[in-house]
Design a protein around this ligand. Structure first.
Ligand SMILES: [Fe+2]
Ligand SMILES: [Fe+2]
Length: 306
């Protein structure tokens, strides 16, 4: 388990560490409740809370999302019919492009200069590629293969999020940021599902998750809207977020189990590779890690629950 620490003796020129993977979510609430997570905010009245620096490690974010982008291109390629060579070539181009960028990111110690510029250009280009494919399918000008429209829209939204993180790396107020993250990720979480119709037991479970996450998403959007009046404290968001953590942890475990089944060839689905199930499990862990980073900050700065 990686420990979360905002301040632990990092040189000035390095990004602050935020874990993006390998989170063991079961101990999540204990860590939050025991105050084990270091925080920059001391109390709701302190000037620190006004600028609540929910700082991201931009390099770690870029590494996480670049891998996601490379895998999206692979999933698109595997889903494209073989009579579409131009689109297949384009998908291969993006696999190579993000693979090369990932190597550069692995060697870099800071996200800036040419690397940042090249990454922004690459993400803009893959967003356009996903949008182009979606347009072609919506207008019935290309067969979708196994890239169904909502899946393309889903991965386009994930790329848009990556781009916005690259263009606007320092987030705003912690409460608003938490609610925005929840609205983004809850929508993503409710859309992950590619099982064969014969997998009735698993589909039943997936459907229960989808309903739960639809409800949670609706609530997150309501709370985000209410937060526009800028309440100083919003304890309900804390309760809601704990509920989100509990459900996302369960969903994460479900995805991890599905990956194990697919890897053993014990699962029927249109998933082209078990990697896709690992991919969506990583996205659930990423959501949990973002909640882990933000919730203690919101508890300290935007609640009466000290
Ligand atoms: Fe994804
Ligand atoms: Fe996703």
């Amino acid at each position: 388990m990686k420990e979360f620490n905002y301040t632990k003796g990092k040189p000035e020129d390095q990004d602050i560490y935020v874990p993006v993977d390998d989170i063991e979510s079961s101990g999540f609430l204990n860590k939050v409740n025991n105050g084990a997570l270091t925080n920059v905010c001391k109390d709701t009245e302190s000037p620190g809370c006004k600028e609540c620096l929910c700082q991201y490690n931009r390099l770690e974010e870029a590494r996480f999302w670049s891998r996601i982008m490379e895998e999206h291109a692979l999933f698109i390629l595997l889903g494209l019919p073989c009579d579409q060579p131009k689109l297949r070539e384009k998908a291969k181009f993006f696999i190579d492009l993000f693979s090369a960028l990932r190597k550069r990111l692995d060697e870099a110690c800071k996200l800036e200069g040419d690397l940042l510029r090249d990454l922004i250009e690459a993400v803009k280009a893959i967003i356009e590629f996903k949008a182009e494919l979606l347009r072609l399918i919506i207008q019935c000008r290309k067969a979708p293969g196994s890239n169904y429209p909502l899946l393309l829209d889903h991965i386009r939204r994930e790329a848009e999020r990556f781009l916005s993180l690259l263009l606007k790396p320092v987030p705003q107020d912690s409460l608003e940021l938490l609610l925005e993250q929840e609205a983004f990720w809850l929508r993503i979480m409710k859309e992950h599902h590619l099982l064969d119709p014969s997998e009735r037991e698993l589909i039943e479970q997936a459907e229960t998750f989808r309903k739960t996450f639809s409800r949670l998403l609706e609530t997150a959007r309501d709370l985000l809207s209410m937060n526009e009046v800028r309440p100083k404290n919003f304890n309900t968001v804390i309760r809601f977020t704990r509920d989100v953590v509990r459900n996302t942890t369960q969903l994460r475990d479900f995805k991890a189990a599905a990956f194990e089944l697919a890897a053993l060839c014990e699962l029927l689905s249109i998933v082209s590779t078990p990697l896709l199930l690992d991919h969506i499990r990583r996205e659930a862990d990423k959501f949990l890690s973002e909640l882990e980073a933000l919730l203690p900050e919101v508890i300290k700065c935007h609640s009466t629950l000290q």
